[in-house]
Design a protein around this ligand. Sequence first.
Ligand code: GLU
Length: 306
Amino acid sequence: MPAKSNLSVNKTSTYVGRFAPSPSGPLHFGSLVAALGSYLQARKAKGRWFVRIEDIDPPREVIGASQQILDTLEQHSLLWDDIPVYQSQRGELYDSKIAWLIEQGHTYYCQCTRADLAVLGGGTLCACAIKNQAVAGAAIRFNNTQVPTQFNDVVQGRVCANKNSSEAQFAIKRKDGLYAYQLAVVVDDIAQGVTQVVRGADLLHATFYQLALYQAFGLAAPSYAHLPVVESQPGKKLSKQNHALALDNKTARQNIIDALFFLGLEPPILLKSAPLQELLDWALNVWEIRTIPAKLASNDNRIQAL
Ligand code: GLU
């Protein structure tokens, strides 16, 4: 697929952003907000904006969803740079990074079930932790000893680790042999030179695991900006699991207007019927991520109205 961006990339800008959907279903309004926020942030910085399809979990993948997601982004004029990266094609890279982490003593093999680990509590190492021997059917866990306890988020401000995220010994390769999200996301953000991660605040606490991996790799982490999450009802994230409606490409302009509104931007009335690109150009002019409230007061009303 050819490069998609129709916007000029400033060669001196070092900003690299990305949108990283999992193809477990078509894009819904919540994912559009994340895509739009990261797109505007990258374009405002005249940087590059990549799309990465996070298809490392075949049991959760919906056939055709990857292409459908790309088509929907295109229909909404959210055009990316370069060719999309597919995590399913990057096993060798993940294996080499896992091998390095093993070599450096950052991991252990673990055969515990989730229930076993829950009984232990996050802070205690399981009995498996003393085993350094690869065992068939064991997960490879990251031995999270030097835990980051806080970080500064561009939207959420100072975020402190809760008990779970600070202490959990998380998997980097799962018992079923699949690569874990935390590992793949960090390895790819490093490989793609991502300088800022803009995504939904549902991943806020996953950031602690990711920061721990950056620390192990001896690399500086990107900055993080977690956008408010779209909720179907108070406290319930709009998601494929709770049957969020797929975006209708026929109403792309209105979808973008709704997503802008969710992010606190109300286009002037005349622009509401303008071509989508004009609307996005206007949004780029006024976009300022630091002014997005961490939680939007209008959130619940807005979503009920959609
Ligand atoms: N693939 C993840 C999702 O669709 C997002 C990963 C990320 O942005 O870090 O929820």
